[in-house]
Design a binder for this molecule. Structure first.
Ligand code: GDP
Length: 521
């Protein structure tokens, strides 16, 4: 494999809100920056300000609402971290992000154990057989028992665990973490932050007792016996299939165990993997370039009002300014200024390789799921489409802003989280979302990014269906069900059924038609 491609590590963090994702991401960037910016202290200071600034904006919104993509080098590898919103109402964004990665870091809070959102996201990882590395965070707190945590991961997340480290002591009395594979002891000292890695001869090394006290070492030895004697040893093949995960313990806020975790990612996580299309499988080291769009985000920089499409490169490489083939429209387009991301901070790059996630300026051309190639007509598969579950009519409160509203709704709906519909019998647009909180974000963004104040009136509905079939039957259906019918943005007919009875009746009366739950269905 081309060495540039081989050193790519593309991953996402899967966790429940508050488990420490933002904290650990900042530590990752810190490690990445130290290496990239060595000797440029000033640049580093500016850059880290920008990073936390962007995160602050997200924090003010209360929840992390958009995934940002971060690129950073570490130990000879080039990492692409696709950050994901933790709140469940934004999970569709996270599901799509998971299609763009080759591995995932599952972050677990040692006090709360495995939580709801982690279970949901882990289900998606399992479906895709994504390799998982687990980090149990907040070991500086009095958390759950180590074996309980491992047991929970195995029984609730349904994945075999292979602990690479074990803590000695707990909470305020945490003495450090013992690396099973390397027989090293990594000391923890929250007071002065000093950390030391000491080579041991094994768990019986008398220095462990000197450092940690006999009671803690005895408890550790019992756990060590259980883990090394009673559990399956780590198997890299099973890890790559998503059946077994290495487990690490640490504390993100104290920067304890984070470096070891990154090292493990560099060593264990796979380089870019083979991807499926509707025509054939695509290998990362093929010469020909191919990529797909997994995310579109408008107005990342409020000053420039730009739209960014995020590409996952699946094979080959490209050089800035090169022309590529946009499969859906059949057009050749020039990727003028591909960018790498450091949170909000963008940097134009000259080359990108399979595995990389890059942003490109989107003049309104791209949709989620679009494939780009060197000319071959094929489309990457497996990028999920979601049926909205909540619906609302959008009424403009400041009528002079109707142009802004139209633009805002069109642009924000192209990001994928909100779907926009045009009712057949009304001029008031309807929006559909998967998670209700998306309504708040939509309202907020229409106001702050487009100056349009809106009121969102909920439309009670049983479910939305895409109505497909012979033209004459579709026409007849649209006449009969006109009050509930709308057009989606591709001009497909959809029907918002008020209750299950109406849906069943329609299916009975229009046997020639299909009522699909998503536009692709
Ligand atoms: P996110 O919602 O997953 O992004 O979580 P954050 O990174 O914002 O962390 C949530 C809270 O947990 C913050 O108050 C962090 O300071 C705290 N936190 C993160 N890591 C640790 C840790 O290792 N130990 C302790 N005690 N607190 C932590």
């Amino acid at each position: 494999m081309n060495p540039e491609i081989e050193k790519r590590r593309t991953f996402a963090i899967v966790s429940h809100p508050d488990a420490g994702k933002t904290t650990i991401t900042e530590k990752f960037l810190w490690y990445g920056n130290v290496i990239r910016e060595a000797g440029h202290v000033r640049a580093k200071a500016n850059r880290s300000y920008t990073v936390s600034d962007w995160m602050k904006i997200e924090q003010q919104r209360g929840i992390s609402v958009s995934s940002s993509v971060l690129n950073f080098p570490f130990e000879g590898c080039m990492f692409n971290l696709v950050d994901t919103p933790g709140h469940q109402d934004f999970c569709e964004d996270t599901y799509r992000a998971l299609t763009a990665v080759d591995a995932a870091l599952v972050l677990i809070d040692s006090v709360n154990g495995v939580e709801k959102q982690t279970i949901r996201l882990m289900n998606v990882c399992r479906m895709r057989h994504t390799p998982i590395i687990t980090f149990i965070n907040k070991m500086d707190l009095d958390g759950r028992h180590v074996l309980d945590l491992l047991d929970q991961i195995e029984n609730v997340l349904h994945i075999k665990t292979a602990p690479f480290t074990l803590p000695i002591g707990v909470g305020k009395l945490l003495k450090g973490v013992y690396s099973i594979a390397e027989n090293t002891f990594h000391t923890f000292n929250p007071d002065d932050g000093k950390q030391e890695i000491i080579q041991m001869t094994g768990p019986d090394d008398p220095r462990l007792v000197e450092l940690c006290g006999e009671n803690w070492v005895n408890q550790f030895k019992e756990e060590y016996e259980m883990v090394t004697g009673g559990m399956d040893p780590f198997d890299h093949e099973r890890f790559l299939k998503g059946e077994m995960c290495p487990v690490f313990f640490g504390s993100a806020v104290n920067n304890f165990g984070v470096r070891q975790l990154l090292n493990a990612f560099a060593k264990l996580a796979p380089p870019p993997m083979v991807r499926n299309t509707d025509k054939r499988d695509v290998k990362p080291d093929e010469d020909a370039f191919s990529a797909f769009v997994f995310k579109i985000q408008a107005n990342m920089d409020p000053k420039h009002r730009d739209r960014t499409a995020f590409l996952r490169i699946c094979s080959g490489s490209f050089t800035r300014g090169e022309k590529v083939f946009h499969v859906r429209t059949g057009r050749e387009i020039r990727l003028a200024a591909p960018t790498a991301f450091l949170a909000k901070d963008k940097e134009v790059i000259d080359h990108a390789w399979a595995g990389d996630i890059v942003g490109i300026n989107d003049p309104g051309l791209f949709r989620i799921g679009d494939t780009l190639t060197d000319g071959e007509k094929m489309s990457f598969t497996g990028i999920p489409d979601f049926a909205p579950e909540h619906f609302a009519r959008v009424t403009l409160l400041n009528p002079l802003k109707s142009k802004q509203l139209t633009k805002g709704l069109a642009e924000l709906s192209e990001e994928g989280a909100t779907q926009l519909y045009e009712p057949l019998k009304s001029a008031i647009p309807v929006v559909g979302v998967v998670g209700e909180l998306q309504f708040d974000v939509l309202k907020f963004r229409l106001q702050s990014e487009y100056g349009a104040d809106v009121q969102l009136d909920r439309v009670p509905a049983h479910g939305i269906r895409w109505v497909k079939g012979p033209e004459a039957d579709v026409g007849k259906f649209a006449d009969e069900y006109a009050m509930d019918c709308m057009m989606d943005k591709e001009r497909n007919l959809v029907c918002l059924f008020p209750n299950e009875y109406r849906l069943n009746l329609a299916m009975k009366n229009f046997e020639n038609l299909t009522f699909a739950e998503t536009s692709q269905g």
